[in-house]
Design a protein around this ligand. Structure first.
Ligand code: GUN
Ligand code: ZN
Length: 442
């Protein structure tokens, strides 16, 4: 049994559907008690300390915000070697930077080394669950899940499927992609906290036969995820129209193959119609909002407040989308989500922002009964933000008049790396721990 004590902030409702203030759970002096990977007691310290047996001393985090572990609903681990590459839009960027980087994952050792670094960087940013794209190589998936299993993080990942419009070294076939995915599903899906995501890269890189094979996998195995890209850039959307002239829309290409439903996560979804939002609402499919990526590639501005319209709310999570995205930090990503909303004339307040990075992400992954909140019975994943991480931040915090302002300035001014990250009731990253801040050295 372990416990943490400090200022705790979590959500009990969806602030896009209810008054944001009413959704907030805040304990200025809170206590989270954890055992067996789950939260066993939670509340104000004075009222909850009776749940602490003699001898269990809580880890204290003064000058901090203790939040649920953050949820990244769209990220590519093989792309950390080319993040921040200059001068291209989506399709040129894929050709020039992304595909060559992914070719290098034919080397298993390279995949293992990268997975090790990626997972540590993600944990250092307070992210405890992510939906992760590997490469076309099955061993890239083994490398990632092996590392995730070591830390006991709840992760979704899958082998990228692509059978056209990419370098030949990155192509599989519909049949081979199906077979290799199935072997990975048998090896990893539901093993500990690992979950498999069938991952057709995007419609331009997949023939209809390959999309159909992805649909067959989803029908044949329970609880799988489906992750892909949707309507990210205008040139891509026009290309999909040419490749699939019989389909009513880009989303319809996926729907036709049986890919649109619960646990489907579509990255970007910038250039979509009202009807697409309605389809996602009706089917339980989710969208991943990737603001740093969309700004960096110049892809466009996601219509967050339209997607979450209370009349037909869509499940929306936040995605870093590294390497098109420019940070693995979801806190930083929220700062950019605020600016994207501002460019559209909307204001993303701190409570709604926190929801996107925690409970909203959990809802997007249909894991809202297990992660994304701090509550008794939930999996004990925590992220601890240092509200005095720099002299400027500490100074700014002294002028915050309430908890929402304190949280908001973390989004706009906070550092990438957090103070601590807990996974399944264990501290896996402690920034101050020397010489190695990680529970399992790289
Ligand atoms: N569309 C197809 N592949 C990719 C990718 O790797 N990153 C992004 N941002 N968009 C894509
Ligand atoms: Zn992506």
């Amino acid at each position: 049994m372990r416990a943490v004590r400090g200022r705790v902030l979590t959500l009990k409702g969806n602030p896009f559907l209810a008054e944001p203030g009413s959704c907030l759970v805040h304990h200025e002096d809170g206590l989270v008690v954890m055992q067996g990977g789950r939260v066993t007691a939670f509340g104000g310290y004075e009222l909850t300390k009776a749940a602490l047996p003699a001898g269990v001393v809580p880890t204290e985090y003064p000058d901090a915000l203790i939040l649920p572990g953050l949820v990244d609903t769209h990220v590519h681990y093989p792309q950390i070697q080319m993040v921040g590459a200059f001068g291209a839009q989506l399709l040129g960027w894929l050709e020039r930077y992304t595909f060559p980087a992914e070719v290098s994952f034919a080397d298993r050792r390279h995949a293992e080394d990268t997975a090790r670094l990626f997972l540590r960087e993600v944990l250092a940013c307070g992210t405890t669950t992510a939906a992760v794209y590997c490469t076309v190589h099955p061993h890239s998936v083994d490398a990632f899940f092996a590392e995730s299993e070591r830390f006991n993080t709840r992760m979704v990942a899958g082998k990228v499927l692509m059978d056209r419009n990419a370098p030949s070294a990155l192509l599989d076939t519909a049949e081979r992609g199906y077979r290799e995915s199935e072997a990975l599903i048998r090896r990893w899906h539901g093993r500990g906290r690992q979950l498999y995501g069938v991952t057709p890269r995007f419609a331009p890189a997949c023939t209809e036969a390959q999309l159909d094979a992805a649909g067959a996998l989803l029908r044949e195995h329970d609880g799988l995820y489906l992750q892909t890209h949707l309507s990210e850039s205008p040139a891509e959307v026009a290309w999909v129209r040419d490749l699939f002239p019989a389909r009513a829309s880009y989303l319809d290409v996926y729907a036709h193959a049986g890919l649109v439903g619960p646990r489907a996560v579509f990255g970007h979804a910038i250039h979509v119609a009202e009807e697409d939002f309605c389809t996602c609402h009706r089917t339980g499919a989710a969208l991943s909002h990737c603001p740093t990526s969309n700004l960096f590639l110049g892809s466009g501005l996601f219509r967050l407040f339209d997607a979450l319209d209370p009349r037909r709310p869509v499940r929306v999570g936040l995605g870093t989308d590294v390497g098109a995205g420019t940070t693995l930090s979801l806190v930083r990503t929220l700062g950019e989500a605020y600016k994207v909303a501002a460019l559209r004339g909307d204001k993303l307040d701190a409570v709604r922002a926190l929801w996107l990075a925690t409970a909203g992400g959990a809802e997007a992954l249909h894991l809202e009964d297990r992660i994304g909140r701090i509550a008794v019975g939930y999996e004990a994943d925590l992220c601890v933000l240092d509200t005095a991480a720099s002299p400027l931040l500490a100074h700014r915090a002294r002028y915050c008049t309430d908890i929402e302002e304190l949280l908001f300035v973390q989004m706009t001014l906070g550092p990438e790396r957090v103070q601590a990250t807990w996974v399944a009731g264990e501290p896996v990253y402690e920034a101050a721990r020397t010489p190695d801040p990680y529970r399992y050295p790289g």
